[in-house]
Design a protein around this ligand. Structure first.
Ligand code: ASP
Length: 345
């Protein structure tokens, strides 16, 4: 007889476990360590579930890189004891955390599924139960060879399993809060869970030990281009002495204003050695700096293409690569490589 799968449920906070404060009416995290009692459906699986509760529990708006470091360390410490991990996390920064973990966990051969909800689990119409129950099923699923079905960092939300570093939060009030506009869903939960096997990353080896990379360099800024942007704002962000890299969120396929003052500041920042990455403001599509003269000018000024990376993933990739190396040219080169399925290449 096959041994039952085991899953570690890591509860970090977020709406899923929040309760209304009787005094001011706001939602605040509460100790929801009795998750298994709250969701008796989980007991119907032939899966052994243990719960680890973070202390303190947080609204995910308070997520910091130190939180990601604690999370990967916890997963590493418990890695051999479980077949998969489910992280209950607030939706606001879930795409950032899932992106970060995808880069920080190396040689991952087990599922790490982030989920949460738009309505607290204590509310009758909550989406939390279905998200949680399906996430546990996915984290425990194995293929015919006994390998985990989805050895990736993912987000499960509203019936869809998405690659974490391709996901973005698109709605603050619909149950379908996340989308992965540049990559297909990895699975869909209907009557059965249908896995999209060709889309799922497989490790090069199932036997390589998990390595965690906890060094993160957070000296990154984000500059969102918009009509009316001023030289002062652009200079402050691009040339700030505390900034090592800037994500420039451009229009369409990677275009920004062609004004001389703008390109001069970009060239100045680039000649100071800053890493400048072009990411589109569009929800889908890719940066192509060869298409328009305005994009070409950015390329000439030293900006590298983020192709179809999300801003969340670009931020996490930069934190990680800059934590690994002080060499900005090496970081720029690696940015163009597909490390964890985060870009289409
Ligand atoms: N503010 C909450 C959080 O991100 C929202 C949520 O969980 O949906 O923790």
């Amino acid at each position: 007889m096959k041994e039952a799968s085991s899953v570690l449920l890591i509860y970090t906070g977020g709406t899923i476990g929040m309760r209304q404060d009787p005094v001011d009416g706001t939602l605040k995290p509460f100790d929801f360590s009795q998750i298994l009692a709250e969701v008796p459906e989980l007991g119907k699986f032939a899966v052994k579930i243990d719960v680890h509760t973070f202390d303190p529990l947080i609204d995910s708006s308070d997520v910091e890189p130190s939180f990601w470091q604690s999370l990967v360390t916890l997963i590493k410490d418990r890695y051999d004891r479980y077949d998969g991990f489910v992280v209950l996390h607030g939706t606001d920064t879930m795409a950032y955390s899932a992106s970060a973990l995808s880069f920080m966990l190396e040689n991952l051969t087990k599922p790490v599924i982030f989920t949460g909800s738009q309505l607290p689990i204590g509310i009758p119409r909550t989406d939390g139960k279905e998200n949680l129950v399906s996430s546990v099923e996915i984290a425990a699923a194995r293929d015919e060879d006994g390998h985990p079905m989805v050895p990736e960092v993912c987000i499960f939300f509203d019936s869809k399993l998405l690659r974490g570093n391709r996901s973005t939060k698109v709605s603050s009030d619909e149950f379908r809060a996340f989308r992965s506009p540049g990559y297909p869903s990895l699975a869909e939960a209907g009557i059965n869970i249908k896995y999209n096997r060709q889309a799922i990353l497989r490790p090069l080896s199932w036997d390589s030990p998990l390595k965690v990379s906890t060094a993160l360099d957070t000296r990154v800024s984000i500059l969102k281009i918009h009509p009316g942007i001023t030289p002062q704002v652009v200079r402050n962000i691009l040339c700030g002495s505390e900034t090592r890299a800037v994500i420039i969120e451009t229009y369409g396929s990677g275009n920004a204003l062609s004004k001389e003052w703008f390109l001069d500041i970009v060239s100045e920042a680039s000649s100071k050695g800053k890493i400048l990455v072009n990411v589109t403001q569009c929800l889908s599509g890719t940066v192509n700096m060869d298409l328009y003269a305005t994009g070409k000018a950015l390329q000439k000024a030293g900006v590298v293409s983020g192709t179809d990376i999300t801003t969340e993933s670009a931020l996490a990739k930069l934190f990680h690569l800059m934590g690994v190396s002080e060499d900005n040219e090496w970081v720029k080169k690696r940015l163009g490589e597909n490390l964890k399925g985060e870009i289409s290449k």
